[in-house]
Design a protein around this ligand. Structure first.
Ligand SMILES: *[C@@H]1O[C@H](CO)[C@@H](O)[C@H](O)[C@H]1NC(C)=O
Ligand SMILES: *[C@@H]1O[C@H](CO)[C@@H](O)[C@H](O)[C@H]1NC(C)=O
Ligand SMILES: *[C@@H]1O[C@H](CO)[C@@H](O)[C@H](O)[C@H]1NC(C)=O
Length: 353
């Protein structure tokens, strides 16, 4: 049974952020003149990406909600650029833990990461271009730091955040539909497929089958907004306040589950605004199914609250990405949107198989 190392990356995020404010973490600078490449830099990015930016005109207008969705996508793409740029540098320089001994394999990894980085750069540019054209401020990069110390961990983290992106872009397309932003649906679904190709490669590198589920797990913009912030050096984002999404408090999974129904232990920092913690639920989102909520039993309440709840793997075949959050008001949520509205801690990301 395998667990995403990235799960622990997300787990450690609260303490990690604290550490990174104290130490002076070297800030990653985006490559290729991003997010404002000049003509030559843009050309070089396109050549490395094996393709081009869409050359048609951006949509004439975008709904207010559509703007928020584009901001979140740009916010996420900029973080991915920082990640893949750093990973490519680590592999190129044979940084300890990132040396791939087999020359043929190393060459293939370098070629793949070079293309992925450039493709992510074009994703970010395309979305920021739409924002500019719609008279909204383009999203600026932050300073990032990543909790990975070797190639295996890096690929596992890439697989985890790409999984979350694949769920989040489903929410993006639904929001475009609700806002009558039909001209954005095609652009974003072109990106969904592209990220799915990446995910298949990250999975095969972990000796997992490339296609994880019949219907990929859905998510919510607010969950992605929260998750990306775990890699951001606090206070380093020039215009994060432009993005009107929610940031939830961290949820840790102390005992990540395996392929069977079992109790798992989770924890969070006590929040005085939550009056009846014993009434909180653990809610799971997997595939295109109705969210599953289970009661939490509080085990201890000191510096952290530790609670236990069942992970109902057998009943629900919880393979692939499962998004776990702690919600108020358990019971039956009709969809992920309702879950996000009731979320207090999370998301934490579980990947089984
Ligand atoms: C790159 O390597 C450094 C040094 O080991 C490490 O701290 C950082 O997390 C790595 N970043 C990525 C994205 O691989
Ligand atoms: C990568 O780093 C993690 C955490 O330090 C460690 O548990 C794991 O064994 C390392 N993996 C490899 C392949 O070096
Ligand atoms: C989970 O813990 C509860 C309470 O201790 C117990 O009744 C239940 O059988 C456990 N469930 C599983 C699947 O182990």
């Amino acid at each position: 049974m395998r667990f995403s190392i990235a799960t622990s990356a997300f787990l450690g995020l609260a303490s990690f952020i604290l550490i990174s404010t104290v130490q002076s973490v070297p800030a990653s600078v985006l490559p290729d003149g991003m997010p404002n490449p000049n003509k030559d830099e843009s050309k070089r990015i396109e050549l490395k990406s094996q393709g081009t930016l869409p050359n048609g005109p951006p949509p004439p207008k975008v709904s207010k909600e559509g703007i928020v969705t584009l901001q979140l996508i740009a916010f996420n793409e900029l973080f991915e650029i920082a990640f893949f740029s750093e990973l490519l540098t680590n592999v190129t320089n044979k940084v300890p833990g990132f040396d791939i001994p087999n020359a043929g394999e190393r060459d293939f990894v370098l070629k793949s990461l070079t293309a992925i980085l450039a493709q992510e750069e074009l994703h970010a540019l395309s979305v920021n271009n739409v924002l500019k054209h719609a008279k909204a401020r383009p999203v600026q990069p932050c300073k990032y730091t990543f909790p990975v110390s070797n190639y295996t961990e890096a690929i596992s983290l890439a697989a985890t955040f790409t999984d979350l992106v694949l769920g989040t872009l489903q929410d993006a397309v639904e929001r475009f539909a609700l806002g009558s932003d039909s001209s954005l649906a095609r652009l974003i679904t072109a990106v969904v497929g592209q990220e799915g190709e990446q995910e298949g490669w990250y999975r095969t590198q972990q000796r997992r089958i490339p296609s994880q589920l019949p219907f990929l797990t859905t998510s919510d913009l607010n969950f992605a907004f929260t998750a990306v912030q775990s890699f951001i050096i606090p206070g380093s984002c020039p215009n994060i306040r432009d993005i009107p999404l929610k940031t939830f408090q961290p949820l840790t999974i102390l005992t990540p589950p395996t392929t069977k129904t079992q109790n798992i232990t989770v924890s969070w920092k006590p929040d005085p605004t939550i009056k009846e913690p014993e009434k909180l639920s653990l809610t799971y989102i997997n595939q295109q199914n109705l969210p599953v909520s289970v009661p939490l039993r509080i085990k201890s309440m000191a510096n952290v609250v530790v609670a236990e709840g069942v992970f109902p793997y057998n009943e629900n075949i919880l393979n692939g990405l499962t998004i776990a959050v702690v919600t108020t008001g358990g019971g039956s949520f009709p969809n992920v949107d309702a879950v996000a509205k009731a979320t207090v801690f999370g998301p934490n990301l579980i990947i089984v198989n």
